[in-house]
Write a new protein. Structure first.
Length: 75
């Protein structure tokens, strides 16, 4: 009888630990992982926007230099 009571208490304690502590830690870790993924995606988008802006600036600069060269060559 005592063994059954001890077993029930141990099982109840194990279930309590699992649902109160262990599972909530896993859920928090998943939330942190999702937040980190979102941050990385935002950083990647920002990096791509910066690269595209730099490419456009370089293209405009090259076109301007070609236009200046063309004007100088035909004058």
């Amino acid at each position: 009888m005592v063994i059954a009571i001890v077993a029930i208490v141990v099982i109840a304690g194990s279930l309590l630990y699992y649902f109160v502590f262990f599972r909530t830690q896993i859920e928090r870790a998943e939330v942190r992982l999702q937040e980190r993924r979102l941050e990385l995606e935002e950083e990647e988008i920002e990096r791509k926007v910066k690269e595209e802006t730099l490419r456009k600036e370089n293209l405009e600069k090259c076109l301007e230099e070609v236009e200046n060269w063309r004007k100088g060559a035909f004058e």
